[in-house]
Design a protein. Sequence first.
Length: 559
Amino acid sequence: MAQHITRRRLLSTAGATGAWLAWAAAGNSAHPAWASPGFPSDPFTLGVASGEPRADGVVLWTKLAPEPLAADGSGGMPSRVVPVQWEVATDPAFRNVVARGTERATPELGHSVHAEVAGLEPAREYHYRFRAGPEVSPVGRTRTAPPEDSDDGTLTFALACCQNYAAGHFTAYEHMAAQEDLDLVVFVGDYIYEGPGQGDIGRGQIPPREIFTLADYRVRYGQYRSDPRLQAAHARAPWLVVFDDHELDNNWADEVPSDDQPVEEFLLRRAAAFQAYYEFMPLRKLSEPKGIDIQLYRRVDWGRLAAFHILDTRQYRDPFACGGGFSTCPEAFDPNRSILGFEQEDWLSRGFRESRAGWDFITQQGAFVRRWVDKDGELKLKMDAWDGYVASQQRVTQAWVDAGVRNPVVLSGDIHSHWASDLKLDYDAPDAGIVGSELITTSISSGGTGEDHVPGVHPIFEDNPHLRFYTNLRGYVLNTVTRTRLQADYQCVRDVEVPDSEVFRRASFVLDDGVRGLRQIYDGPSSTGIAAPLLSGVERISAIDDLIAWESDDEQVGS
């Protein structure tokens, strides 16, 4: 456990810690250089990745770790600074290299590399690789965004979240990496799970306990990043990433842990978790953590076709209302509470007003739509999602309505099941108009295999007509975007506990440009292979309490 330290002392040193990390990220180090490195084994065991695409460049990532599971978190690397060369080419054989450079991988940042490449051509596919001493990395594929004034072409991106190593195989990533036209992967949280998570499929987490220190987090990320399917997805396309809760601690909120851990110890844990997150993600240096803080909310444009407003719903939120869980109380409606913090809310509203994009994607973690009104009219709000911050939810919705956003789409995860929903300002008014839509991706593996509900609906759909689709299987959402429409294909893995299980399309929805409301165009076979009819005339199943209990249990530490 971390040593005792007062909260005042920790916060007072956060600035110094941030300055130290910025110094280290610039390639500075207190350790000597290793001019001619020689490794006992492959230092590129964690693969390569790219992220944060712009019209003229992208971030390239790797991390030197010949022993990624070394208990001290060193990755098997000595305490020396290693020069790492990178190359970018227009072809996978590197006959036409268009950019190259060198980064200093330091022990202070776990020998991670974040190369911010600029000067590339827009809307172009590139290939990249790294070299350290005599060793050469695998080759990755990436692409740049279109020119800032372009809304032509097609954007294909995968929406994913929640990958629990112990709960299932990362089969979805192998399928994702095989997509020929994949431009981008959008990951909305729970990249690792911090709990013990010792499952029964032979994929127990390392260390085999809940993690607290920087070394612990480095080892856990090293285990996840060693998975070949995850590596393939990272090498296939650039990623946009943001965390949720399990990268640190289940259901944490700002400076408040979810359990009885002393706040001082939690803040030390938070600083360690954020540093490890930065070390393992293809993020720009502007996201270097500063002590207990990390800058993750940002905007990424894909020309004028799409804008991704990437939100952080953890660092700035008010503590949970109503004692947490599923309930209803006046505190949940308090206009002085926010899930984003008022500064981030203002930033988002300004982004809506200034946006010139055809499609604005509000990219974040928990379910945005109000889901839980049962057959007796009782409102059940999930305190850990936007439902627990009703005024904040309404302010954000009103902001895109007032700004006249052309096509607002919320991208979400967290709840380990696929959902498609239409969004309203007033869910209690039967004639209230639709003002946007939400696509919620299920988990990659968290929660185990799950099951499909033929005909694919949630038991409370009859009492909540804005809900359009649900299935409790694992997978991801494949989105194809043009100027005139968005198509969301809900991809499902038949059984994540079985290696190489089939991945199939369960349902497809379309949003037409300028038209509010999802339109279903496909309802495919269930996990049992039984064809499912389109979602209409569904008999209500009175099982809401069971589903609430399942969702609550499924999000516990190491589930």
